[in-house]
Design a protein. Structure first.
Length: 465
């Protein structure tokens, strides 16, 4: 398998893969050896090749025969494993490019979070269902898919093998996770025993794309070797994630609680957006980031005000960005209006150079969706690296939850909800560490005991003349 990029400088691919372009590197695998090499490495184009060299003797050892689907009869000795890409290549990819699959890069963290032009080639791939199935799996993920059947000799028609070529602009981690999941799906004959922990591998590698994939049932069934119990459990988890994403189509905001009677005349979601826009106007911000923009409710308000000359919505979910694009009707806007608005896929826990230099960034009902151990990475990426002049943060006030009929937090995806003291302590620490001043507000009906339902922090820093 080869992975190529024309991103400049293209040799940064080595940093993303954590492999040096000037070296040939070898890795021991259960059924042979894997090699990584760079056939080309220039500033204009760089290609990394992953070669899996299967040892037939190791493949037919007692341990591997017990795991292999060909273990009955001559299949254990006569098979295509040494010659065609299969689920074994996906296993090698998972071991050799482990850091890249996670999207981690110590040397190029901002590039790891940025979509770059990629070309992937698998010259001989066992593909059950042929070109049509391969296209159904890769096309919805943003790839331009080219699948060429490999013919049999002497006019016997096409074999069950194809040459697969993918072209697209994606984050490298997304591309590798697509391959990690879909190579075994196309192979449809895993070479090892599928245990319940394969569900976690599938959910982890499929995060952000599998739940919304039109072929998720086929993908799940094949990845889990058609084991009915495992497939049912995995599909149940994916269905819940799909339901959560689908709700974005139907609701402008993710809140699920019923608001008290006095707030229903002016929904809290509307009050939040109005408060954020009012502060942006007060600050004189013209270039604004909506970080974790979701389906674009705030973006729609910003677009209506011409004082905001550049508006960027950023989210890790391509599904949310698609909904935002529809809500904003970008395809119908005049060119001058459309040029004011950009939608970028990015992870807020990674540095992204595109987010630098803005007047203001908004994190509206975002931080509570981040796992607490990842908050430090978000702080560094937003306050440290992007470093806008102002940062506006809203988050639920946990003390106000007594006014709602709740068994837990306000939304099933919240990782935490802070009291006013906890939010004030976090805001003060972040402001001091990154050179901002901060002022705190409440949004919504104020209660003498529990405060307002939404907490609002406005961070600002001095800008040198």
């Amino acid at each position: 398998m080869t992975v190529s990029t024309t991103h400049t400088p293209a040799t940064d691919l080595g940093f993303l893969l954590v492999k040096h372009p000037d070296r040939v590197q070898q890795f021991e695998m259960p059924a042979g050896q894997a090699w990584v090499m760079f056939p080309e490495a220039t500033a204009e184009r760089c290609t990394a090749a992953l070669l899996l060299d299967i040892d037939p003797h190791t493949l037919t050892s007692a341990r591997n025969r017990a795991k292999a689907p060909e273990s009955a009869g001559l299949g254990q000795f006569v098979n295509d494993r040494p010659y065609a890409a299969s689920s074994m290549l996906a296993s090698a990819l998972g071991k050799v490019f482990r850091s890249a699959l996670r999207g981690a890069s110590k040397d190029r963290p901002e590039l790891a979070a940025t979509p770059i032009p990629l070309e992937i080639a698998v010259p001989v791939l066992r593909c059950r269902g042929g070109a049509e199935v391969a296209a159904r799996l890769f096309d919805p993920l943003g790839w331009a898919t080219s699948v060429t059947p490999i013919p049999l000799d002497d006019g016997w028609g096409d074999s069950r093998y194809v040459e697969l070529r993918l072209t697209g602009t994606l984050r490298l981690s997304d591309a590798l996770n697509h391959l990690y999941v879909l190579l075994p799906v196309l192979d449809d004959a895993k070479h090892y025993w599928v245990a319940p922990d394969e569900i976690e591998k599938l959910i982890r590698a499929g995060e952000g794309w599998l739940a919304d994939h039109p072929e998720r049932t086929l993908i799940t069934r094949r990845f889990l070797s058609h084991r009915r119990a495992l497939t049912g459990a995995a599909l149940a988890r994916l269905a819940e994630e799909h339901r959560r994403l689908a709700e974005l189509d139907e609701r402008p905001e993710p809140d699920t609680v019923d608001e008290p009677e006095e707030e229903r005349r002016q929904p809290l979601a509307v009050q939040r957006r109005e408060s954020v826009v009012a502060v942006l106007r007060e600050l004189g911000a013209a270039r604004v980031l909506d970080l974790g923009c979701g389906p674009g409710a705030l973006l729609a308000d910003l677009v209506r005000d011409r004082r905001f000359t550049e508006i960027v919505g950023a989210d890790v979910s391509t599904r949310s960005l698609e909904i935002a694009e529809r809500r904003l009707r970008l395809d119908r806007l005049p060119e001058r209006q459309r040029d004011r608005i950009k939608l970028w896929q990015t992870a807020l826990t990674y540095r992204d150079d595109r987010l630098r230099g803005f007047d203001a960034a908004v994190l509206m009902e975002v931080i509570e969706h981040v796992d607490p151990p990842r908050l430090a990475a978000l702080e560094d990426a937003v306050f440290g690296h992007a470093a806008p002049v102002s940062v506006l943060v809203t988050t639920p006030n946990a003390e106000y939850n007594v006014h709602y009929e709740l068994a837990g937090m306000r939304h099933h995806d919240h990782r935490f909800e802070w009291t006013r003291a906890e939010f004030a302590a976090w805001s003060a620490r972040v402001a001091e560490h990154y050179g901002y001043t901060v002022r705190l507000h409440g949004i919504g009906e104020h209660d003498p005991e529990s405060g307002a339902p939404t907490q609002f922090a406005v961070f600002t820093r001095e800008v040198s003349a």
